[in-house]
Write a protein that binds this ligand. Sequence first.
Ligand code: IMP
Ligand code: MG
Length: 187
Amino acid sequence: MDSSTPAPWPGDIGPLFLGEEQIQARVAELGAQISRDYAGEDLIVIGVLKGVLVFMADLLRAITIPVTVDFLGISRYGPSQQTHGVVRLTNDLNETVAGRHVLFVEDVIDTGLTTNFIMRTLRLRQPESLEACVLLNRTRRRIIDVNLAYVGFDVPDDFVVGYGLDYREHYRNLPYIVKFEPDQSED
Ligand code: IMP
Ligand code: MG
């Protein structure tokens, strides 16, 4: 298959990993927990584009306290299919985080390099507090230990797509998450 032509969907992508209802139920729980934990506080929710887009949209609507929202852009250099490369900030926040409660939201944490980079970057700006919320926590390949205050699902090694997660920018708009095994010979 040509590398620029992903498999059609739905159908040919892979087995269901997390269904829509299962995801929504867990996101509702996370939103409720965050709303309790930050009640009365000045909270800013920060995500990294683009993978967090769908999770963030649902999580925000499950949060019932006032919050503000901002996004960071990053790029990763390194071999494709791996994230062992260098992480660099490409788009900065519009909002100030100094003295505020910051919740960093991430789609999936794998090696921990990306989350660690973001947490270090945000911590330098002296927020009042800084915590991380991740939808999928895959620990097998973890290189850097990152403290995660909120975890949606602890997951095994499979590469997955959907619900914001991509393979070569595709499948982000699936409302559920499926396993995906990219053809390693392409890289
Ligand atoms: P880490 O830096 O190794 O923790 O990788 C986290 C980043 O890799 C995420 O923000 C995703 O963009 C990407 N990633 C890791 N696992 C998957 C996956 O299963 N599907 C899609 N993207 C993934
Ligand atoms: Mg990605």
